[in-house]
Write a protein that binds this ligand. Structure first.
Ligand code: THU
Length: 130
């Protein structure tokens, strides 16, 4: 799949953000190994710590639907002209399912692509417990 389409899916998903506390909307679109795309948006909670980021919503949907590996994650925030990097918890969460391309946009087009491993080097994974 073209990453520009993945960004477009993330932009669409951002509309479903539930973020009355931060008013910061985030959309994410995950490309699974099967070729299917799964979307998510951040969902906040009155107990702030119970909030969940867009990336984890999208990733959880993908794994629940049977995906074993994630190839790419597109992320868009709602601060105009700014990239939205995944938070530390999401970086760790995503490591469980591969080393996806992290695709970021501040313009509606693909502006930056990194490997997850660049954002979380030497991450702790299941192989560390073998
Ligand atoms: N957020 C995400 O959904 N993804 C990120 O990569 C960064 C932060 C959300 C969490 C919270 O709902 C809001 O953005 C402000 O932190």
């Amino acid at each position: 799949m073209e990453y520009s389409n993945l960004i477009k899916e993330a932009v669409k998903a951002r509309e479903n953000s539930y973020s009355p506390y931060s008013n910061f909307k985030v959309g994410a679109a995950v490309l699974g190994k099967s070729g299917k795309v799964y979307t998510g948006a951040n969902i906040e909670n009155a107990s702030y710590g119970a909030s969940i980021c867009a990336e984890r919503v999208a990733c959880t949907r993908a794994i629940f639907e049977g995906e074993k590996e994630i190839l790419a994650v597109a992320i868009v925030g709602s601060k105009e002209g700014a990239l939205c990097y995944p938070c530390g918890i999401c970086r760790q969460f995503l490591c469980e399912f591969g080393n996806p391309d992290i695709v970021l946009s501040k313009s509606g087009e693909v502006d930056k692509i990194l490997k997850l491993s660049e954002l979380i080097p030497n991450s702790f994974t299941s192989s560390d417990m073998d």
